[in-house]
Design a protein around this ligand. Structure first.
Ligand code: SAH
Length: 336
C-alpha cells in the first residue's frame, strides 16, 4: 500500500513559514491576552486592536485550523492553551513576537546566502553584530531579553532539578540578562548570594531588582564586558545560552575570563543544548541555525564542549541532560 503521508508532511514543513508569521501577527496584536476572559468575535477583537475585521477573521480562522484558537458555531474565538498570553510563566508570546520582527525574519530570509558563503547573515544585513544592533535599538533589545527571560523561566527549574545550587554560597550569572535564573536560584536557596553580570545597558535596567525586591540583600548587579573580566572569587560561574552565541575562539576567551576570576574550588556551570545523535533532536539543530545566522555562534556536541573546556583550561566533569531539551555541563579548573 502506498501512502501520501510523507509528501503531505513535506508540504506542511515547506509551508511552516506561514504558521510562524500568522502566530507572530496574533502575538503582535496581543490576541491571547484579549481572549483571557472568554470567547470573542473577530469583529469585536478588531475594534480593540484597530485592525480590519474581515482580515482578522481570516487570520484567526486559519490559526484555528491549526489548533491555536478554537472557533465556535457563533464565529467566536477562544484561546487553546495559555502560552501565547504574556502573563504566564514560560510564555511563548515574546518568542512569537521576536521571530516576525524584520531584523529576525529577514535574517532567516538570508539562509541561502549564509549557506553559500558561511558569512553571518545578520551582520551582512545590518552592518553590525546583534549586540551592537540591540544596544542601538532598545525596543529590539527589550524583545530579545523578554524571549530569554521566558525561555529561562521554563528551563531554570529543570536545571535546578539536576543540580544542587545550595552548595554554592556565591554564584555569578555571566551574561545573565534580566536575572530570572538567578532569581529562581535565590528563591529556593536561602544561603546563596547572586551576582548578575551583563552588558552595562542591560544591567542598568535592573529588571530583576524591580521584579524581585525581596532578594535585595542577597543580590547585586555589575555591568561589564565578559571578554575583559568577570567578577572574581565566586563559588560558581553560570553561563546559560552564552557560549552558543560565539565561535570557538570567542568562547575560549569568555571561558578564560571566568578562569581568571575563579578560586581553585570554583565550578563552571554551562547550560546549553547538546547536539544530539543524527536524525533526531531538532530543537538544538535549529537553534544552531539561528546561531549561525544571527550571531556566528553554534550549538555543540558533548565532545566539542570537552575540547572547548580543555582549551580554556577546564576539565568537563559531566554533561547532565534535564527533563527539557537542554543540558547542564559542569567544569572544574584543570590541574586542580
Ligand atoms: N543567560 C541569559 C541570557 C542569554 S542571552 C539567559 O539564558 O536567559 C546572552 C546574554 O549575553 C545577553 O544578556 C547579552 O546582553 C549578554 N552579553 C553579550 N555580550 C556581552 C559581553 N561582551 N559582556 C557581557 N555580557 C554580554
Amino acid at each position: 500500500m502506498t501512502t501520501d503521508a510523507p509528501r503531505s508532511e513535506l508540504l506542511r514543513l515547506i509551508n511552516g513559514f506561514q504558521a510562524s508569521q500568522a502566530i507572530h501577527v496574533a502575538a503582535a496584536f496581543g490576541l491571547a491576552d484579549l481572549l483571557k476572559n472568554g470567547p470573542r468575535s473577530a469583529a469585536n477583537l478588531a475594534e480593540s486592536t484597530k485592525t480590519h475585521p474581515v482580515a482578522l477573521y481570516r487570520l484567526m480562522r486559519a490559526l484555528a485550523s491549526l489548533g491555536v484558537f478554537e472557533e465556535d458555531d457563533g464565529g467566536r474565538f477562544s484561546m487553546v492553551g495559555e502560552f501565547l498570553r504574556t502573563d504566564v510563566a514560560g510564555t511563548h508570546a515574546p518568542m512569537a513576537q521576536f521571530v516576525g520582527r524584520p531584523n529576525v525574519w529577514q535574517t532567516w530570509g538570508h539562509l541561502l546566502f549564509a549557506v553559500r558563503t558561511g558569512a553571518v547573515a545578520f551582520d551582512h544585513l545590518h552592518g553590525d553584530g546583534v549586540w551592537t544592533y540591540r544596544a542601538r535599538h532598545p525596543e529590539e533589545g527589550n524583545i530579545f531579553d523578554r524571549v530569554m527571560t521566558a525561555g529561562t523561566e521554563r528551563f531554570a527549574e529543570a536545571v535546578m532539578d539536576v543540580c544542587d545550587f545550595g552548595r554554592f554560597r556565591h554564584i555569578v550569572d555571566v551574561g545573565g540578562g534580566d536575572g530570572i535564573f538567578l532569581a529562581k536560584i535565590l528563591a529556593s536557596n536561602f544561603e546563596t548570594r547572586g551576582t548578575l553580570f551583563d552588558q552595562p545597558h542591560v544591567v542598568w535596567r535592573d529588571a530583576m531588582r524591580l521584579r524581585f525586591p525581596e532578594f535585595a540583600d542577597r543580590y547585586e548587579s555589575i555591568g561589564g564586558n565578559f571578554f575583559t573580566s568577570v567578577p572574581a572569587g565566586a563559588d560558581a560561574y553560570l553561563l546559560k545560552w552564552i557560549l552558543h552565541d560565539w565561535d570557538d575562539a570567542a568562547s575560549i576567551e569568555i571561558l578564560r575570563s571566568c578562569r581568571r576570576a575563579m578560586k581553585p574550588t570554583s565550578r563552571l556551570l554551562v547550560v546549553e543544548h547538546v547536539i544530539g545523535p543524527p536524525n533526531s533532536a531538532p530543537e538544538g539543530k535549529f537553534m544552531d541555525l539561528t546561531m549561525m545566522l544571527m550571531n556566528g555562534g553554534r550549538e555543540r556536541t558533548r565532545e566539542e564542549f570537552a575540547t572547548l573546556f580543555a582549551e580554556a583550561g577546564f576539565r568537563l566533569t559531566c554533561a547532565t541532560p534535564t527533563a527539557t531539551t537542554i543540558s547542564l555541563l559542569q567544569g572544574t579548573l584543570d590541574g586542580v
